[in-house]
Ligand binder design. Structure first.
Ligand SMILES: C[S@@+](CC[C@H](N)C(=O)[O-])C[C@H]1O[C@@H](n2cnc3c(N)ncnc32)[C@H](O)[C@@H]1O
Length: 328
């Protein structure tokens, strides 16, 4: 990897929590030295860029996500919207309270721009968060104010953490966007200690596969992100009013609105037209751009949780998602 070792402003950055990281090659401990991380045992080196340790190369299948989250760094953050949308989603879906997370080691997978990182850091948990894409820059810009955040750029398939270390595992919006969803789901649990709590969500197959975006995705997922984004930016202002008008039809409204392939967040009661448009552009791009999208049937999720011997498992449908939580 040829990334810079420097933080913002060109200063060399030390990583005081590097003792919590492991070498990808030999699993040895890492030490922070002259703006990079070095393995004590095999001398492998990992760059630190913008204060973020890097364990993947820049070129990976998630460049579109990096583009999306750096363009929409603030859009979905509660501290920006002034509404507790992300807070209510995490706490509502998981059933966790800030009190029970306080001081716990929590692992967040695929953090994007950090809308949920912010909520999790506010609980006082020690949050280790990773994403494979350059979205980590956006997350760092918004959330490095939290001293309890440890952010790295890494892939779920090759993580620099000790196994069975974390007390809590959290992953929203990610596993359906990885090349092998079962492997992703099962790999995550290697890092959760026995008795640790988890909450993971995934697109529900019966809802997601019937959406018209799947007619467009074979073309859009191959487009350069900037080109697709500009197309989405031009299209949303035309289609969003149509989607909203259709959704107002008695009884069948939500079904009719689904025929129009733009993300419509009318249920969130966002405040002003600009915010409504921004959320729509972001999520319409998020539907169309990802290289991978594999929604899952409930029965398969039940099988995976049984394979792993997970306990107190609950799998609930929330809109187009299954939310799975329980104990390892
Ligand atoms: C739809 S976004 C969700 C981001 C965030 N969790 C949220 O809900 O706002 C999916 C994220 O998963 C990340 N991702 C995809 N594959 C990954 C992998 N193998 N390892 C880590 N992150 C991954 C992408 O880079 C992207 O930021």
């Amino acid at each position: 990897m040829t990334l810079s070792k420097h933080g913002p402003g060109g200063t060399e950055v030390e990583i005081p929590w590097c003792h919590a990281l492991r070498c990808l090659r030999c699993r040895g401990p890492l030490v922070s030295t002259s703006g990079l991380l070095r393995c004590d045992e095999c001398a492998a080196e990992y760059p630190v860029d913008d204060g973020i340790p890097r364990f993947v190369s820049r070129d990976n299948y998630a460049v579109g996500f990096g583009y999306q989250w750096n363009r929409h760094r603030l859009t979905q953050l509660d501290s920006h919207s002034g509404m507790p949308i992300s807070h209510d989603r995490v706490m509502g879906a998981s059933g966790w309270s800030a009190d029970e997370l306080q001081g716990k080691h929590l692992l967040e997978c695929g953090s994007g721009a950090g809308r949920f990182t912010e909520v999790l850091c506010e609980t006082g948990a020690i949050v280790t968060s990773f994403d494979i894409s350059s979205a980590v820059h956006a997350n760092a810009a918004s959330n490095r104010r939290f001293p309890n955040l440890r952010l790295v750029q890494a892939s779920v398939y090759d993580l620099p953490f000790p196994e069975e270390f974390f007390d809590v595992l959290f992953c929203f919006g990610v596993i359906q966007h990885t090349p092998d969803v079962e492997r992703t789901f099962k790999t995550l649990f290697r890092y959760l200690r026995p008795g640790g709590r988890f909450c993971v969500d995934v697109y529900a197959a019966m809802v997601a596969y019937t959406h018209p975006r799947h007619l467009l995705r074979p073309f859009t997922r191959r487009m350069p992100p900037a080109r697709l984004y500009s197309l989405v930016e031009q299209t949303v202002p035309r289609l969003l009013p149509l989607s909203t008008a259709l959704s107002a039809a008695p009884a069948v409204g939500p079904y009719l609105a689904r025929l129009v392939p733009v993300a419509n967040h009318r249920h969130l009661n966002l405040r002003d037209p600009q915010t409504i448009r921004n959320w729509s552009v972001l999520d319409t791009f998020d539907w169309l751009a990802p290289r991978y999208e594999s929604p899952q049937p409930r029965r398969r999720l039940e099988r995976w949780t049984r394979d792993l011997g997970l306990r107190e498992v609950s799998i609930r449908r929330h809109r187009g998602l299954y939310v799975i939580h329980g104990v390892k």
